[in-house]
Ligand binder design. Structure first.
Ligand code: NAI
Length: 741
């Protein structure tokens, strides 16, 4: 066998150690499945074998799931001759393999126990569920779970059948529909595993079970088996499906076929004998796989994220940069957050502010965040002290000397930023790392090319745009100025990867990529308001599109006064060409009345001071625009959804035309991580590709006629429509962010 080592002991227990050669973590490939089949056959046919124990030879875990690269990279899908039913059949056959093999193991006639020595996810946990007894190792990093839903799929290796039969439909549906993992104590409490022991005892405990109890029949294959909590025909069990259906619908608005198909699979499967149930599961799994949502989510959340994490946007030929000391200017909300993530990554951080007190305040913020980790049991006190020690709070610019990078996060003011750049660079470029050091600005709006004019070395000057709150937001938008060199871009990407965030590279433009596209969502919400849609309808339908919140509530979250300021800046820079947004004047009036948004409890909504109380729409809104649509017909819902999503998508297409962003993978990942663009779509560019560029353009033409030039398709889109191109086709798999024109 290629992936398992076997050892038959004196008690007749066959120990099978999963250890994929050349990999640090086990994943399920076709060859590993063939090995499991061989194990099942051997156990069945050899009388000497009394039982089987499966474990892993990797120190960092048991198995991370199916090898998606092998499963989906080509295979039956690449065969263009397969269409319709034939394609569905081929997909079914390929997808059923895991179920077929796991079932063979489960019914081999010998007791099979699994010694899970670490992380077991997806197909790794599904293999464990097909074993008759599960021992899990105890440890802070150990987790087991079925996270498939997060990439647009659901557990298709028997998980949607075995988990509910093991722990009940309600608990299983909750875990699978959220992709939630269990820590050892939770897994034991819920009944996902039978025993939790120290890591060095897992095999021994599994063998003991075989020797003492070793039952080769799975509980759902026994005559007297009853589904915990009741099946679909049981009064209590039926409640789970009635309530669960409504709940899942409320959470997902029907945007995720995987969630609906998971529900079907569990509901129908639980009413059937096991061998038929796994066929039903695979049928729904194959159906899910073929949806554009699953394809797009798989690409963005798995393949593109992985490529970016490996530095896909990084110019080649530049040696990897090391970061041992980085200075942060400004210990405010952003600066302190940046200091925290740097220290977590082991980087010595010089946190600078105007005076000691302000710098200390920033460091205190880091301490509070670390304390939270400790109180949640995620970090030891020693580790906290070690991490905090890496942060030096000071007003002394001289301490910058010897840093590899300075990140500037002072107030959003061009003159101030230019002054601190000069002050900091005088030290940065005179220290011992002067030759290789770079300078990054965390500005959210000022063009990098303008800020770089204050720099001694504009080729070493770059935008490193974090999102708030820095400790939670995974994306960092890297912005190239006109003079920024490839070497500086490579170093900035190395830095972002080092602090375990996801970098996307974009060229200089007002609002860069993320803020520019996000702003259109909020602006379209205001346009809908001005068009007479009731605000409640706008925000409800906004959420139905899959966005995390409606546009008006988002506007409140960001702050209305900030929006007014940004528009005023834009008006100043565009002069006569400036076209005010619909509702802009009205929002300015709200700000003049002291309605700043969520931050002061008054915006489109009133936010009650009591904790837990819900916000309510401000009654004064109808003084500005009297709602004419107060009950939404299905056609209204469809039109609002189209306006909100297409407005963002056309802006992203313009960013491609202008070269602001050049890699569709980064555009998609960025749209979801930065502004929560409807994840079911796989991202803003995948949305256009799945609609089809020609159909998208036709709809944009209609919207332009109805609502104005903001929907006008750019030339790039017309060109792509004429040639039948997609973004992923035209802009290639290995597209790289180029330099500003
Ligand atoms: P903040 O007001 O919380 O912090 C700014 C800090 O800079 C203050 O602590 C201030 O004392 C300090 N400072 C002022 N002059 C200084 C000097 N000469 N030397 C050292 N420190 C000095 O502002 P915030 O929100 O942290 O923003 C900082 C930058 O990050 C701005 O450019 C902003 O546009 C950008 N940004 C903000 C985001 C947000 O959500 N707040 C998101 C992304 C970027």
């Amino acid at each position: 066998m290629e992936n398992f080592k076997t050892d038959l002991d004196a008690d007749g227990i066959l120990l099978c150690t999963f250890d994929v050669p050349g990999k640090t973590m086990n994943t399920f490939t076709k060859s590993a499945l063939a090995d499991v089949e061989a194990i099942a056959n051997r156990a069945k046919s050899e009388a000497d074998i009394k039982g089987v124990v499966i474990t892993s030879g990797k120190t960092n875990g048991f198995c991370a799931g199916a090898d998606l690269e092998e499963l989906f990279g080509g295979g039956w899908e690449a065969d263009a001759s397969l269409q319709g039913e034939d394609l569905l059949k081929a997909t079914f056959d390929a997808a059923f393999e895991m179920n077929r093999v796991y079932r063979l193991l489960e019914t081999c006639g010998k007791p099979v126990a699994v010694a899970i020595n670490g992380l077991a996810l997806g197909g790794g946990l599904e293999l464990s569920l097909a074993c008759h007894y599960r021992v899990l190792s105890n440890g802070p990093k150990v987790q087991v779970g079925l996270p498939e839903i997060k990439i647009g799929l659901f557990p298709g290796g028997g998980g949607s059948q075995r988990l509910p039969r093991l722990i009940g439909a309600q608990a299983a549906l909750m875990a699978m529909s959220e992709g939630k993992s269990f820590k050892p104590a939770e897994a034991l409490g819920a009944g996902v595993v039978d025993e939790v022991v120290d890591n060095d005892k897992v095999v021994e405990a599994a063998k003991t079970w075989i020797k003492t109890k070793g039952d080769p029949v799975q509980r759902w294959d026994k005559k007297d088996y009853k589904i915990p909590g009741g099946g679909p025909y049981h009064p209590a069990g039926a409640q789970v499906f009635i309530m669960g259906n409504a709940l899942l619908r409320k959470q997902s608005y029907g945007n995720y076929p995987a969630v609906v198909n998971l529900m079907h699979s569990v509901y129908e499967g639980l009413q059937l004998p096991f061998d038929t149930a796994i066929k039903v599961e695979t049928r729904y799994f194959a159906k899910t796989l073929m949806t554009p949502q699953a394809k797009a989510m798989l690409r963005t959340f798995f393949f593109s994220m992985q490529a970016i994490a490996k530095g896909s946007g990084r110019p080649s030929g530049v040696p990897k940069a090391e970061f041992t000391q980085v200075a942060v200017l400004g210990a405010g909300m952003m600066g302190a957050g940046i200091a925290y993530v740097q220290a977590l990554a082991g980087i010595k951080t010089i946190l600078i502010d105007r005076d000691q007190e302000s710098a200390d305040k920033g460091r205190k913020h880091c301490e509070d965040l670390l304390m939270k980790q400790v109180s949640r049991g995620k970090m030891t006190k020693e580790k906290m002290a070690e991490t905090l020690d890496l942060i030096v709070a000071t007003p002394d610019y001289d301490q910058i000397k010897g840093s590899e990078l300075v990140i500037e996060a002072v107030f959003e003011n061009t003159e101030l930023k230019e002054k601190v750049t000069k002050d900091a660079e005088a030290r940065l470029y005179s220290g011992d790392k002067a030759d290789s050091a770079i300078f990054g600005s965390n500005t959210s709006t000022i063009p990098i090319t303008i800020l770089s004019t204050a720099s001694q070395k504009p080729e070493n000057f770059i935008g490193i745009h974090f999102f708030s709150p820095v400790d939670k937001m995974m994306l960092v938008e890297i912005i190239l100025g006109k003079e920024t060199s490839d070497e500086t871009l490579a170093k900035a990407i190395d830095y972002v990867l080092k602090i375990r965030k996801t970098p996307i590279a974009v060229n200089d433009s007002r609002g860069f990529y993320t803020s520019r596209c996000f702003a259109t969502f909020v602006a379209e919400g205001m346009a809908l308001w001005a068009d007479g849609y009731a605000p409640a309808i706008i925000d409800n339908v906004g959420r139905m599109t899959g966005m995390p919140r409606g546009p008006l509530e988002m506007n409140d979250d960001v702050a209305l006064d900030l929006m007014v300021k940004v528009q005023a800046e834009m008006a100043k820079s565009q002069g006569d060409a400036y076209v005010p947004l619909a509702g802009e004047k009205e929002v300015a009036d709200m700000v003049a009345k002291g309605r700043y948004g969520r931050k002061n409890g008054k915006g489109f909504y009133d936010y009650p001071a009591e904790k837990g109380a819900s916000k309510t729409l401000w009654s004064g809104l109808s003084d500005y625009f009297t709602p004419t649509v107060t009950e939404a017909e299905p056609s209204d819902v469809a039109e609002i959804k189209t306006r909100l999503l297409y407005r963002q998508a056309v802006e992203a297409a313009r960013c491609f035309e202008e070269g602001v962003i050049t890699d569709p993978r980064e555009a998609d990942v960025g749209s979801i991580l930065a502004w929560g663009f409807a994840p079911w779509s796989g991202g803003v560019i995948s949305l256009i590709d799945s609609i089809g560029v020609a159909a998208f353009v036709a709809e944009l033409d209609r919207l332009t006629q109805a609502y104005g030039a903001r929907f006008e398709p750019p030339k790039l889109l017309r060109d792509m429509a004429a040639k039948g191109e997609t973004f992923y086709g035209r802009f290639g798999k290995d597209a790289k962010a180029g330099k500003a024109a």
